[in-house]
Design a protein around this ligand. Sequence first.
Ligand SMILES: Cc1cc2nc3c(=O)[nH]c(=O)nc-3n(C[C@H](O)[C@H](O)[C@H](O)COP(=O)(O)O)c2cc1C
Length: 361
Amino acid sequence: MLTVLLMGCAAENGTRAQATDSERGKTLVAFYSYTGDCRQITETLTGLIEADVLEIQPAEKGLKYDANGYALGTQLLNKIKAKPNDANSYPPIDPVTTDLSVYDNFIIVTPLWWSQMAAPMQTFLFNYGQQMKGKHVAMVVSSHSSSIGGVVADAGRLLTKVTWMGDALWINSSNRSRTASLATDWLNTLNFKKRNMETKKIYLTVDGTTRSVTLADNTATRSLLEALEKDAITYEADDYGGFEKVGGLGRSLPTSNERITTVPGDIMLYQGNQLVIFYGSNQWSYTRIGQIDSATADNLKTFLRAGQGPVQVTLSLSTPTAIDKIRAKADDDNTYVSLSGIRSTRAVKGIYVRNGRKTAK
Ligand SMILES: Cc1cc2nc3c(=O)[nH]c(=O)nc-3n(C[C@H](O)[C@H](O)[C@H](O)COP(=O)(O)O)c2cc1C
């Protein structure tokens, strides 16, 4: 299995810099995809960062680049190779109507064809690369297995006077199933981290004690935030395997599962509708939800009452307030209010105030 994931990005004609400023303005992900891999990579990227998307489309539709032993693909690349400075060498693409001048960062997502950049993406960079001058550029290359040095060289030839944000990310058949975590790590090395939701916090209350959680940024956490904006979520969780507290959320969230080795404090979505909070470690297919802040194996065991059976877990957007601060009128709406002041439309085991009355569930 290939473990080398990143290739040096030779930008002979451009400068190369690790930007330190995370507030770099607008980002455009420009992708071309023939069989769908780069489309999927683009979807993953835009689930992780705020970015607009531009799809490069060949002007001539329905071409089979891979037919007859990849004959057409080969022919297009040979034409470019013979005269790389001649606009006629590049297969026409649909005109790009997106105003590139409003973007500060470009992420190019391209397939590799015969160890070169796929011809339609080369056309895009040849025709529009001038408009990226002085901007920050990063690249993701998708191949079956061939390494991406030739694509990096093509990018260096076609994009001059750009600032490369970092090394290109190489996705291939060996690591494709881990695209989400590879892209997350890669984006972090490009300092995109602070621009996404890494800093978004929610609160986790376990049997009355509350800790903050830093959320991951994905469709599951966005969906969770939407739900929490309406109401806190309370559910019951129990020990499993000597390393986690797990319980059904009472709803499903969108998954982007991948094989993850968890560490104490990790919060994962399991099978789309169960939340797993780790005080130990496990390796399984999960969607990352977040990390309990300042977690250590020891303080988590106390917080999660590890090994002590069912606990009541509440997820909320703000720190719960004490019950004596809650006005009775505000609670006359069938809402369950726990003894630590957490409001929810659903209650699991415990004592609540509902419509001004103490009630046990
Ligand atoms: C014309 C053509 C040539 C290709 N040449 C190679 C190659 O030399 N090495 C390789 O590993 N993959 C090669 N591939 C496979 C693609 O790089 C790979 O499937 C990629 O993930 C496709 O991305 P897409 O689905 O977004 O089009 C080629 C594909 C095509 C269509």
